[in-house]
Design a protein around this ligand. Structure first.
Ligand SMILES: Nc1ccn([C@@H]2O[C@H](COP(=O)(O)OP(=O)(O)OP(=O)(O)O)[C@@H](O)[C@H]2O)c(=O)n1
Ligand SMILES: C[C@](O)(CO)[C@H](O)COP(=O)(O)O
Length: 227
């Protein structure tokens, strides 16, 4: 069984709007509710720690979801700081060798089949595992005016998704070392890679979208409302 850390302390600057995107309503409930439902309805996930912005006025105050514990903590200035804070809020029953998952609150369209495959990969790979999608489009490098400067090789390039799964002790150490080095890591795998480890990429669904801009919300709403 695993706990999941859910970074939900972001402001949604690229999205804009009055309230943080994780609290926008889709199909009748906040986006974060869909994310919690996808995670905590999975039989192998036993609880969640949500990293919230300080004095978050929107958090509904859930202390459990489908009978499973939901803990909260105060996140940090960067996503990695929020994940590090959530690690500290885990129960003592989660040992250094226990695999924990990290999943963006802003990715509500997560399927159990992806969680199943991620957990299997994390059990088989001590370096951890993460959902990812192979790059299938041609990649261009642009100048400041978005004029193409050329085409980048895309062989063996993947887009990192979440959840990402690592042993608690490894993740804690990796994040601490990145912070100590002043390196802002954009995902947990980056921190682990800095230690010379090679987490397993697990091909995940392309519709496991992160809501980043308003256009993403319309697509995610369609996906969540489509059975
Ligand atoms: N300091 C931060 C920044 C982000 N997040 C969370 O990390 C996830 C992915 O981050 P992103 O999509 O970048 O969300 P925001 O940081 O809110 O967006 P923006 O960068 O546009 O402000 C989101 O669930 C967000 O709430 C977090 O917990 N703590
Ligand atoms: C963790 C992540 O979702 C993997 O792609 C991504 O790095 C988050 O980036 P953001 O800029 O914090 O949204």
């Amino acid at each position: 069984m695993s706990w999941v850390l859910v970074p939900a302390a972001g402001r949604g600057r690229r999205f804009g709007g009055d309230i943080p995107k994780q609290y926008l309503h889709i199909a009748g409930r906040p986006l974060i509710a869909h994310t919690l439902q996808a995670l905590l309805s999975h039989p192998e996930i036993e609880g969640a720690v949500i990293a919230l912005a300080e004095n978050d006025p929107y958090w509904p105050g859930w202390s459990q979801w489908q009978g499973k514990p939901v803990r909260v903590c105060i996140g940090g200035a960067e996503r990695a700081d929020s994940v590090a804070a959530a690690l500290q809020a885990l129960p003592d029953s989660v040992t250094d060798e226990t695999v924990v998952l990290v999943h963006d609150a802003a990715r509500p369209n997560l399927r159990h089949s992806d969680i199943d495959r991620l957990l299997a990969a994390a059990a088989a790979c001590a370096d951890g595992a993460l959902l990812a999608a192979p790059v299938r489009d041609t990649l261009k490098r642009a100048d400041a005016a978005a004029r193409s400067l050329g085409t980048e090789p895309r062989e063996r390039l993947w887009r990192a998704l979440t959840p990402q799964a690592f042993r608690r002790g490894l993740l804690q150490r990796a994040l601490a070392e990145a912070a100590q080095a002043g390196v802002m890591v954009t995902d947990e795998a980056m921190a682990v890679e800095r230690l010379g480890l090679r987490p397993q990429l697990v091909e995940g669904r392309e519709d496991n979208l992160k809501v980043t801009t308003p256009a993403d919300l319309a697509l995610v709403a369609f996906l969540l409302e489509t059975p």
